[in-house]
Design a protein around this ligand. Structure first.
Ligand SMILES: [Zn+2]
Length: 153
């Protein structure tokens, strides 16, 4: 039986894509490029264009204004208070105080996944469908990112 979120996904997706695209552009304009260690981590987890990545350190991950999108983001855990990073295309938000090789390599693996999908518009339907059907922890793209976490650059 499809989950409630799975049923709502078709109407949520356009809003999710618009929000992720806008946030991604914002990070690309205001974020910092990876340092040498970050570039090494990005290459090690398969990113093709590590120099395109920008990282923005924030006190709290931003939430969408749209009430439905916001509640889904928090309920699924994607942007919940326990989350310390999120990757939006080549833009990466990390929470201040939580930056580590492990976190950067995890988020860079998501960048690789966006690259493999080809675009935000192509990545998000697949990723969010996984979240809607098996949940954040068991989503294959999250398992893949966890498997690529590196402690040393
Ligand atoms: Zn992840």
């Amino acid at each position: 039986m499809p989950t409630d979120l799975e049923l709502r996904l078709p109407s949520l997706l356009p809003k999710a894509i618009a929000w992720v695209s806008a946030q991604s552009r914002l990070i690309l304009e205001t974020g910092s490029p990876l340092d040498e260690r970050g570039l090494r981590l990005a290459r090690a987890v398969g990113v093709s264009y590590p120099e395109k990545i920008r990282v923005s350190a924030v006190q709290a991950l931003p939430l969408p204004d749209d009430p439905e999108l916001q509640s889904v983001a928090v309920e699924t855990g994607l942007l919940g208070p326990q989350m310390i990073g999120v990757t939006l295309g080549y833009g990466v938000y990390v929470r201040e105080g939580y930056i580590s090789n492990r976190l950067i390599s995890h988020e860079c693996r998501h960048v690789h996944q966006y690259e493999a999908a080809g675009s935000i518009e192509a990545f998000l339907p697949v990723y969010l469908h996984q979240i809607a059907t098996v949940g954040y922890h068991d989503a294959p793209l999250e398992i893949d990112a966890r498997r690529h976490e590196l402690d040393v650059a």
